[in-house]
Write a protein that binds this ligand. Structure first.
Ligand SMILES: [Zn+2]
Length: 108
């Protein structure tokens, strides 16, 4: 990549903003859960505009369908079934599945 391309730089900024928005979503959730959803929406919009991927960890923290911030036992329900994690969004009722990676401990 040539230096002239500004993409790597703007992407880095986008990542930082997304990081911060998810941190804020987590911080305000207990007092203002609806703000958390708003932060998720902003983060997704930044990701879409800058064509960056939302980090693996964060991607599991919101609903792809309605952008709700997902907190297990609160706004989402998490079940593990035959090595597949099933996350149900309690706002829209949609489910997402994730494979449990072998190295991940699921006993906790
Ligand atoms: Zn949802």
């Amino acid at each position: 990549m040539k230096e002239r391309s500004r993409t790597p730089h703007t992407k880095k900024i986008a990542h930082e903003r997304i990081d911060r928005l998810f941190a804020q979503a987590r911080d305000v959730f207990s007092s203002h859960p609806e703000w958390s959803n708003h932060y998720v929406e902003l983060a997704r919009r930044i990701a879409a505009r800058q064509r960056v991927r939302i980090d693996h960890d964060f991607r599991r923290q919101f609903c792809r369908h309605c952008s709700s911030y997902l907190v297990p036992g609160n706004t989402s329900r998490v079940r593990i079934h035959r090595g597949i994690v099933v996350v149900t969004c309690l706002s829209c009722g949609k489910r997402r599945r994730y494979r449990v990676v072998k190295s991940v401990e699921i006993q906790e």
